[in-house]
Write a protein that binds this ligand. Structure first.
Ligand code: SAM
Length: 249
């Protein structure tokens, strides 16, 4: 999968995308990430990319021409590349959206700065607007990195052959069960017996129950959307009954 990032700060991407899982994915050719400096597409002799807003007001707005020319330069090689603008006004980013975007062979990610981009850049060139949360960042670069990271995890091979993003939190609309590793006893805090038992069906049942418990406690909104089996509903009843017992019973 290919990502072309249009930004005024290309250097921000070097370290995060070269390390660990994403770095290895790039080495293996599973993902290709290229940064494109929007400033290189300014026709102005001083390479100006922003201007004051029409109608007055605070801050600067990114000009439409350099953005248009940068997007067109990528699209001239692949007209079907899907173009995303990172903005707090966009669709909320989540695991389903990451999975959907991972089916696109080529994404162009436009990172805004200042007060954002001229509205015509959005209207004429953007296929989809995405927000990574209800807060305002100083620029779209960190949002683009979040998107690339979450999307790349769905590309086969990126997490390694024995690992799938389908096992993580949000798969099935549930949060993941608790994880433990050695030692089995840390200062008197012990790993649940069942995980040491080697009984795989008991471990699976325990994990499912703990995923249900955790989601019910922390994210009841997710549980309401989850596709639960009869067995899950039974487990939930059990969890709620046991958790509601007071210590005095
Ligand atoms: C300071 S923000 C501009 C905010 C804009 N004035 C508004 O109120 O919508 C500058 C840039 O940061 C990026 N950005 C800020 N918050 C974001 C978020 N929650 N998700 C995605 N991108 C964001 C966008 O690319 C935006 O153009």
């Amino acid at each position: 999968m290919r990502f072309d990032i249009l930004t005024l700060f290309p250097r921000m991407f070097s370290s995060p995308l070269e390390e660990s899982i994403l770095g290895k994915a790039a080495e293996k050719g599973l993902i290709q990430v290229q940064t494109i400096n929007i400033r290189d597409f300014s026709l102005d002799k001083h390479q100006v990319v922003d201007d004051t807003p029409y109608g007055g007001g605070q801050g600067m707005v990114m000009k439409v021409e350099p953005i248009a020319r940068a997007i067109e330069s990528v699209k001239s090689k692949n007209p079907s590349a899907w173009t995303v603008y990172l903005t707090p006004q966009g669709n909320p980013f989540n695991q389903d959206l990451a999975r959907r975007l991972s089916t696109q062979p080529h994404l162009i990610l436009l990172c805004g700065r200042y007060e954002g981009v001229d509205e015509r850049a959005r209207k004429l060139f953007i296929d989809e607007e995405i927000s990574i949360g209800d807060y305002v960042l100083t620029g779209g670069e960190l949002a683009a990195m979040v998107l690339i990271d979450a999307v790349s995890r769905f590309i086969p091979g990126v997490l390694g052959s024995d690992r799938s993003a389908e096992e993580d939190s949000f798969f099935d609309s549930l949060l993941e069960y608790p994880q433990y590793t050695r030692p089995s006893d840390f200062r008197g805090s012990c790993v649940p017996e069942v995980l040491l038992s080697g009984n795989h069906s008991a471990i699976s049942l325990w994990r499912r129950k703990e995923a249900l418990r955790r989601t019910s406690l922390r994210r009841p909104d997710l549980l309401a959307k989850a596709n639960l089996s009869e067995e899950d509903r039974g487990l939930l009843k059990e969890i709620r009954k046991n958790d509601s017992k007071s210590d005095c019973q």
